[in-house]
Ligand binder design. Sequence first.
Ligand SMILES: C[S@@+](CC[C@H](N)C(=O)[O-])C[C@H]1O[C@@H](n2cnc3c(N)ncnc32)[C@H](O)[C@@H]1O
Length: 228
Amino acid sequence: MLKLIWLGLKVKWQECREFVYVLWRFRSCQTFLSGYCLLAALYLFSSPYTVSRRYLKWINADDVYSYGETPLTSLAEIADRTGIHAEDHVFELGAGSGFTALWLSLVKGCRVTAIEWVPGFVYRLNWVVRVLKLSGIEVRCEDYLKASLENATVIYLFASNLDDLIVNELAERLAALPLGTRIVTVSYPLQPYIERPVFALVDQFEVCFPWGRADVYVQEVISGQNIL
Ligand SMILES: C[S@@+](CC[C@H](N)C(=O)[O-])C[C@H]1O[C@@H](n2cnc3c(N)ncnc32)[C@H](O)[C@@H]1O
């Protein structure tokens, strides 16, 4: 119990530090700062962890504490190493609270499709998109195992707690993306989950997450059915 409280306090401290740091580091991007503060305000009385936990309880999930977020400072590192640029169309599979989608759209300037199945997340991000009239972000309340991934040039997937069978299913879907599509995954690469050689590992590096450092894998689709 004490360990859990300590972990909770540590995460809260890191979040506050990250919040201030993000405000400082991206201070030149006014629209992003407006979106960031608006979205943060919507989580003032119900944190993303609470929103996720409520949903997972409602669907009777085995583990209701499985939520986590990519710190924006780590996302900036990932985007640089992956070579994400303004011409990309990034599909975020499981967009969570939406801060990452906002950052990708408003700081990196790329088109973003944020797919998330927790209505509480989708509602909040959509509200910010509407209020600020952001045209570069589409938010979809969908299951990413079924959603259309048409036009994606980059996929971002941070889902460390997925069952192997689900990763298998996802790997099969992603194998059908057009050649050259970059897929960024946190904690595991996709190739071991599929028998034929479909994904080439382009880069692998570590970045910081609230619980410690994790491996990030950048892979590219090199063959497959390519008929999404
Ligand atoms: C670990 S969080 C990552 C959030 C965000 N991408 C980030 O990096 O900060 C994973 C998110 O995926 C969502 N998720 C899990 N399975 C999903 C599915 N099948 N379809 C849509 N969203 C899903 C969860 O609700 C959660 O918000």
